[in-house]
Design a protein around this ligand. Structure first.
Ligand code: ADP
Ligand code: MG
Length: 254
């Protein structure tokens, strides 16, 4: 069963179509990248998929459970349950500035999920350790680099144990080396976690099983990174423009 399935999603703002008939499947254990130029509708798609925005039409299905069918949403209690399936990581990290890293990671599992603090603390410390932040657990976000803050935000999302993690431009504020490290750490840590990366940059695509290219609110190509280089001229152009960053840091070379 697919962890997430979107069928024929449509969304307009003020009569202007932003998403036009978007369908995609995210199988369990797979990593999907949604790539496209700025303004192509990536964040709107993520906001619709994560129920932060209401789609005008289409189906949103998590593990066989309909959040929306033909644009009609399930009752609030069902949507509330479905929200537990996914975690979100944004460009802006969204860490609480007045909490230490450890408290940032522990807060929602303890306060929202009502899990025992001792158990959560152990998990949070293990996650911070795997993200290379064991010695920074008592630091505040402002004392860390952007890359470290983003890795803490990923640890926080993972500590909630979501079925599916969405990343919206998670590394857009980072330099290419910190960007590469962030993806590498996530992948070595998350193993077979199901994830969707949304970005106008291609650094994540080598970690992805499937790449979807979005242009003007439409999916114009889908396949592996290599397949898209072959069949999608806009994708190939984007890769060419960005590839000098990747060559500087051999680990990011696709
Ligand atoms: P991307 O994330 O690919 O850069 P977005 O999904 O943020 O693209 O935006 C796609 C289009 O939808 C843009 O033209 C943007 O101006 C428009 N848009 C996004 N959110 C809103 C909103 N809340 N109200 C009106 N227009 C919006
Ligand atoms: Mg965006």
């Amino acid at each position: 069963m697919n962890t997430l399935e979107l069928r024929h999603i449509r969304k307009s703002f003020d009569g202007q179509g932003v998403l036009e008939d978007i369908s995609l499947s995210v199988p369990a254990g797979s990593v999907t990248a949604i790539i496209g130029p700025s303004g192509s509708g990536k964040s709107t798609l993520l906001r619709c998929a994560t129920l932060l925005e209401t789609a005008d039409g289409g189906d949103i299905i998590y593990e066989g459970k309909y959040a929306a069918k033909d644009g009609v949403y399930a009752p609030k209690t069902e949507l509330h349950a479905i929200r537990r399936y996914f975690g979100l990581v944004f460009q802006s990290y969204n860490l609480f500035p007045h909490f230490t890293l450890l408290k940032n990671v522990m807060d929602a599992p303890v306060q929202v999920q009502k899990r025992p603090a001792a158990e959560v603390r152990e998990e949070a410390m293990a996650l911070l350790g795997k993200m290379g932040l064991a010695d920074r657990a008592d630091a505040y976000p402002c004392q860390l680099s952007g890359g470290q803050q983003q890795r803490a935000a990923i640890a926080r999302a993972l500590c909630m144990k979501p079925e599916l993690l969405f990343f919206d431009e998670p590394t857009a504020a980072l330099d290419p080396i910190a960007e590469s490290e962030t993806y590498e750490m996530f992948h070595s840590l998350a193993g077979n976690k199901t994830a969707v990366y949304i970005s106008h940059r291609l650094a994540s695509t080598r970690f992805c099983d499937h790449v979807i290219f979005l242009e003007n609110g439409r999916v114009t190509a889908g396949g592996s990174h290599e397949e898209l280089l072959e069949c999608c001229a806009e994708y190939a152009k984007m890769y060419q423009v960005q590839s000098h960053y990747y060559r500087k840091d051999a680990r990011v070379t696709a």
